[in-house]
Write a protein that binds this ligand. Structure first.
Ligand SMILES: [Zn+2]
Length: 414
């Protein structure tokens, strides 16, 4: 069994280090403060006896746990990110530890009247009796993804302390800048040297994910013609009205607020304009590649139609692919998901497989040649002051990692 206090102490040490990333920066890591945790992890990995501990010029931390069996076992890896979201402050995190949670409201901040309530956050109720770590209502917690880091570090320590557990070679990597979509960008898959890996970056206990959105962005520029309103008859072309036509021609119910599961959408995230020019910013999402391509075409066709209708070249559309569904890359090696499922069941965790309505670093890694499903790290309500993590979920995540190492070795034992 994994020592609870040690786990908590480790987690708190990590979340106290501010590692917020910044999308406005072009460097990697995007913020210098991410080095603080990266360097600490390097020290700790060396101290616990991991091999080939390295940190590159972009702060990617890698290390190896050598195999302790003679037979050939595929090299597997575990990955998590040490940055926190730019959406909410991660400075001066002051966690509260609620032991033996009674199932009632948790007061995060008396003064500001900030309450974490199971009436609103229903998931909370299932953790009655457990130890819950929350914020003080003024910052995020950073369980995303310092819970993942804590779990990987603890699992490696556990395997080192318990050499009777047989395992092949295990790789670990901690990355910067996941929250700004760049965690996989400078990930050296070749150097990492694993056949497949798991990101420990999911939310609640049991989550196991290998499907995510296909994603693109579209910028629709509508060009009008501004003329003095008093003399505008037959001359003015108001781009705002053409933009309105564009917006209302897309299916109104295929939007984030009307879709779930594997349903895709068009999301108008931003618009700005005047008579002369209006810009619409969309994101396009769909799990199904064919539907995804059809959505992109629909946007382009609509632009064409409106140009025809207004008898002028009034719409300019730029579509950019952002990421793709990792399912395409995971399905041929589905056994790596089955193995994770088996590991969860073996330690008493019910696997919850569901498609991610977003992206993950694992998706990008999968397309870079490292198939990489996502496993729960245990936290809830990421990216804000209501973030919390049950310690028992973190303990289970550690057990899942250990079990995965063990089962992989067992599977390839002749
Ligand atoms: Zn994360």
């Amino acid at each position: 069994m994994v020592n609870k206090d040690r786990l908590i102490n480790k987690f708190i040490k990590y979340i106290k280090i501010d590692t917020q990333s910044a999308p406005s920066s072009n460097s990697t890591p995007s913020t210098a403060k991410q080095w603080d945790l990266a360097n600490l992890l390097v020290d700790e990995l060396k101290e616990m006896g991991m091999q080939n501990v390295s940190i590159d010029e972009h702060a990617y931390v890698m290390a190896t746990l050598p195999a302790n069996v003679a037979h050939k076992v595929p090299v597997i890896g575990f990955v998590s990110h040490f940055d926190t979201t730019p959406d909410f402050s991660g400075k001066n995190v002051n966690p509260q530890i609620i032991e033996d949670y009674d199932g009632n409201d948790i007061i995060l901040n008396q003064e500001k009247n900030i309450i974490l309530s199971p009436d609103y956050f229903e998931d909370l109720a299932q953790y009655k009796g457990q130890t819950i770590i929350t914020t003080d209502g003024t910052t995020l917690l950073g369980a995303d993804d310092k819970a993942g880091i804590t779990e990987i570090m603890t699992a490696m320590q556990y395997l080192l302390d318990n050499p009777q557990i047989e395992h092949g070679e295990i790789k670990v990597c901690f990355t910067p800048d996941e929250e700004i979509g760049r965690g996989a960008h400078k990930f050296d898959v070749q150097k990492f040297g694993a056949e497949w890996a798991y990101t420990m970056d999911g939310s609640q206990i049991g989550e196991l994910e290998y499907e995510n959105f296909n994603a693109a962005s579209a910028v629709v520029k509508v060009i009008g013609k501004s003329v003095h309103p008093g003399y505008a008859k037959d001359k003015m072309i108001n781009s705002l009205y053409i933009a309105q036509d564009f917006i209302s021609s897309l299916p109104r119910l295929e939007t984030p607020e009307h879709t779930e599961g594997r349903q895709g959408f068009f999301h108008l995230s931003n618009m700005k304009g005047d008579v002369e020019e209006t810009e619409l910013h969309y994101i396009i999402r769909d799990h199904d590649r064919k539907h995804f391509e059809a959505r992109k075409k629909m946007i382009l066709d609509l632009g064409q139609d409106l140009c025809t209708q207004y008898e002028r070249d009034c719409i300019n559309i730029e579509i950019k692919d952002q990421y793709f569904n990792m399912k395409e890359k995971i399905e041929p090696v589905k056994h790596i998901v089955d193995l994770a499922e088996k590991a969860m069941k073996a330690v008493g965790v019910k696997p919850v497989l569901k498609p991610i309505r977003g992206g993950t670093d694992g998706a990008q890694l999968s397309y870079k040649g490292l198939p990489c499903p996502n496993i729960f790290a245990g936290g809830h309500n990421f990216h804000g002051k209501y973030e919390y993590v049950p310690v028992e979920s973190m303990q289970k995540a550690v057990e899942v990692i250990v079990k995965l190492a063990e089962l992989t070795s067992e599977k390839y034992k002749k």
